[in-house]
Write a protein of this length. Structure first.
Length: 287
């Protein structure tokens, strides 16, 4: 009997969950404040896979490891990427993520499409990481905080940018910083040299707007820096790793690490944020 590819992917993801269950994900990921460059062997050659936790666990422990596992969960829903689409006025409208994303078994949207876009995919990873960190979270999350995390309005319409948790994450600029640091207090802003696999990052391009991603690592090639990230983008048909080298297309970035996920149960849904923030330049270390 031939097993469907999707079933194989889900099975592989579940098997990885068994070994992952024993991993330490009950504290914030730590770093030494210095640049960390991936081993050459850890720069992926296959960009749509379920091995993020296995590949990068030697670099991190704590909540970032949950984030890496969460990438594998999201990717398992579309091993070919699932498609990338944006279009607020399209019929049906754009979908931030291509499957019914649940937080503690409670749906955050009814996806109008099976496609995704960048901030929806990174938010999906954020939510799936919370599901891993707090298996008992359903009994602890208040209705008003759950509603703030919804990706649609109660009538199924689009939740506009800047509105509540998802609206801040999906905002132009430094959405993950607005949502995780200022709005909820669940994260800490860190400079580029402290970035580690499993951190969240917004990238501002030299030409164009920006990109919401999960950072996977820095690497060096021919004396120039590159970076690896996971997100949804048109060039990869949706969910995928991206190996970016050199970094001449990057203007600046903003990096956030999940440090206090427990604040999902206590944040102020009426909190305001300051959107007027400078980005961080990537200044390679002198070698």
């Amino acid at each position: 009997m031939k097993i469907p590819a999707f079933a194989k992917a889900v099975f592989a993801c579940l098997c990885l969950s068994l070994s992952f269950a024993a991993a330490q994900i009950d504290q914030a990921t730590k770093d030494d404040g210095k640049w960390l460059f991936l081993d050459t062997a850890d720069v992926p050659t296959i960009h749509q896979h379920l091995n993020h936790a296995m590949m990068f666990e030697k670099y991190v422990r704590g909540y970032n490891l949950a984030v890496l596992k969460a990438i594998d969960i999201v990717q398992s829903h579309a091993m070919d990427g699932g498609g990338y689409f944006t279009g607020m006025s399209a019929k049906p409208t754009e979908s931030p993520i291509g499957y019914q994303l649940n937080l503690f078994q409670k749906p955050l949207l009814d996806p109008p499409r099976t496609t995704s876009y960048c901030s929806g995919s990174s938010y999906g990873v954020f939510i799936e990481a919370l599901n891993l960190i707090f298996p008992d979270g359903a009994s602890r999350l208040s209705p008003e905080r759950l509603e703030s995390l919804h990706m649609q309005e109660p009538d199924g319409g689009r939740r506009e940018d800047r509105i509540k948790f998802w609206g801040k994450w999906n905002d132009d600029g430094w959405g993950t910083q607005y949502a995780m640091v200022q709005y909820s207090g669940m994260g800490e802003e860190i400079p580029p040299q402290r970035a580690r696999p499993g951190d969240f990052m917004n990238i501002s391009w030299v030409h164009g707007l920006g990109h919401s991603v999960v950072f996977l690592g820095w690497f060096m090639k021919e004396g120039k820096m590159g970076m690896i990230f996971w997100s949804s983008q048109k060039s990869t048909n949706g969910y995928s790793d991206v190996v970016l080298w050199p970094l001449t297309s990057v203007k600046d970035v903003k990096t956030v690490r999940m440090t206090h996920p427990e604040k999902i149960f206590s944040f102020d849904v009426g909190q305001t944020v300051n959107r007027d923030l400078p980005g961080d330049l990537i200044v390679p270390p002198s070698r």
